[in-house]
Ligand binder design. Structure first.
Ligand SMILES: Nc1nc2c(ncn2[C@@H]2O[C@H](COP(=O)(O)OP(=O)(O)OP(=O)(O)O)[C@@H](O)[C@H]2O)c(=O)[nH]1
Ligand SMILES: [Mg+2]
Length: 231
């Protein structure tokens, strides 16, 4: 088992709750994401989503957790997905195509749990997210993003309940790991891992990331490739 430098945070790597990947898988994933990536379309409702011709991997999580930033880090293209300090930036399902010939689509989703947004908007987003996640045949895996500073919140549990009930396989990814001390990261990772191990459709291990510092990004790429390898 190769342990990758990018995930080396003092005290965390090597612990059982953090996923490790084979070096060759990390390299294959790096190559894939170094190749062509392009924006396909934005879907404000399910009518507009593309035909289900290739596997998809979706990024879900609370508003402002860092979904769009992670997608940019993953594809190594700043500004591919629009990010913002203001929660509620992403309002539609955004589809990106990876590889030539195309191997997969990445889906950047609106955030859930954004309390300040108008109620009808929140409702519309929730339906869009839930309907997509529950009903998409080509969805190979969902990545559920959790802010390292906050850990799992009630709305995160709601979305994981939904994924468990729909038997959609998902992985939990901790974001913004650069924002907290290594010891705090270790504590929140241990707590989060313990919670998700009780969940039916969750991968038992976490991926700890920082889009800002590039931490965990090679591993996340490998996890994306792993997700579509089995479809
Ligand atoms: N320090 C740090 N900041 C980050 C990181 N990832 C995202 N951010 C910041 O967090 C804010 C929100 O990031 P986005 O990627 O837009 O979050 P989002 O989940 O797509 O948000 P919505 O589309 O509103 O749901 C931005 O100001 C980012 O610069 C990270 O790894 N480290
Ligand atoms: Mg976004």
């Amino acid at each position: 088992m190769a342990l990758f430098k990018a995930s080396r945070i003092e005290g965390v790597t090597g612990r059982s709750e953090v996923s490790v990947f084979e070096e060759e898988d990390v390299e294959a994933a790096r190559k894939l994401f170094a190749g062509p990536v392009s924006f396909l379309k934005s879907a404000p409702t399910l009518e507009f989503i593309p035909d289900p011709t290739v596997p998809e991997v979706a990024f879900a999580g609370r508003s402002n957790v860092g979904k769009s930033s992670l997608l940019n880090a993953l594809t190594n293209r700043n500004g591919l997905a629009r990010t913002s300090n203001t929660p509620g930036r992403t309002q539609e399902l955004n589809f990106f195509e990876v590889g030539e010939p195309m191997r997969l689509r990445l889906v950047d989703m609106p955030g859930y749990g954004f309390a300040e947004a108008p109620k009808d908007m929140v409702k519309r987003w929730r339906f869009l997210i839930n309907d997509y996640l529950r009903g998409r045949q080509v969805l190979a895996r969902a990545f559920v993003l959790i802010d390292s500073r906050h850990g799992i919140k009630p709305v995160d549990n709601d979305i994981m309940d939904m994924l468990d009930a729909a038997a959609v396989s998902y992985r939990v990814v901790m974001t913004k790991a650069d924002k907290i001390k290594a010891t705090d990261l270790e504590a929140v990772a241990a707590r989060t891992a313990e919670t998700i191990r009780k969940r039916a459709a969750a991968h038992p291990d976490l991926i700890l990331t920082s889009s800002e510092k590039g931490m965990g990004i090679p591993e996340l790429r490998a996890a994306v490739l792993e997700a579509i390898a089995t479809t």
